[in-house]
Design a protein around this ligand. Sequence first.
Ligand code: MG
Length: 268
Amino acid sequence: MRLCSFSRDSRRHPGLVEGDHVVPLAAHDAIDIIRGADPVAGGDPIPLADVVLEAPVLPGNALAIGLNYRAHAAETGQQPPAEPVLFAKMRGTYNRPSGPVVHPEWTRRLDYEGELGVVIGATAHRVPVAQALEHVFGYTCVDDVSARDRQKAEPQWIRAKSGWGFMPMGPWITSADEAGDPQDMRIRTWVNGELRQDTNTSDMIFTVAELVSFASHVFPLEPGDVITTGTPSGVGVGMDPMRFLQPGDVVRVEISGLGAIEHAIVAP
Ligand code: MG
C-alpha cells in the first residue's frame, strides 16, 4: 500500500494513494494503519491534485544516520565510521513533502541531504539484524536539511539538523512488501532542476537491517518511528566551490519505487 496523510477541513486524514487519487481511510490517523489496523475506506476517492499531502506520519522519534555512504564521508573529509553515527531530528522538523523550508537567519550554509526514510511498523527492541526488517512498515523519501556552519561549529547537532521544517518527507509511505529491496533503490536529488545526487542504496555502509538492529539496542523503536538512513555524495558542502541553498531554490528528492518530494526554500 501507499499510505499518506492529507489535510482537509484543517485536520489530518489518512489515505491510500491509488493511481492519481487518494482514498480516505476510516482510521483516525495513519499511525493506526502502521500499527496494523485494516485500511478500510472511509469516503470516495479524491484526486491527488485536490489535496495537500502532509508528512505521512508524525513519528514519536525520528533518528538520523550520519556518514552512511563512503563517497559522502570522503567529500566531507571524514573516515567511514566503525559504527552507525546516530542523531535525532526534533518534532519541529517534520514537514510536508512540499515544504516549504524556511531559511533561518542563523545559518549561511543551508544544505540538502536526500535520504531513504525507514518507517518502523512493530516495536523493535534489541532485535538481531536477521529479524530487523520484520519490524519495518515501509519506506519514504526524506530531505535531512542541514545547516553546515552550525554542524561544524557546535558539538551537538540540534540546531544544525533540527531547524523548523528541516525534515520534508513523503510523498507517502510505500509498504515494505511493495517497495522492494531497500538496498537496491536509486536515490536522486535535484536543486532547481540540476541533478546533484545520484546513487543506489546498495552503496550504504550500514544496511537498513543493520541500522534498525543497531538503533533498537539503544532504545525501543515504536511503530511510526522514522530512521533516515544517511545521504549519499553530492551535497552542496562537498562541491568545489561549495554551494548552499538560498530562498527561492527548489529541492527535489526522488527514490525509485517510492515517488518524489519537492520543496522550496523561503526567506524567514
Ligand atoms: Mg543526513
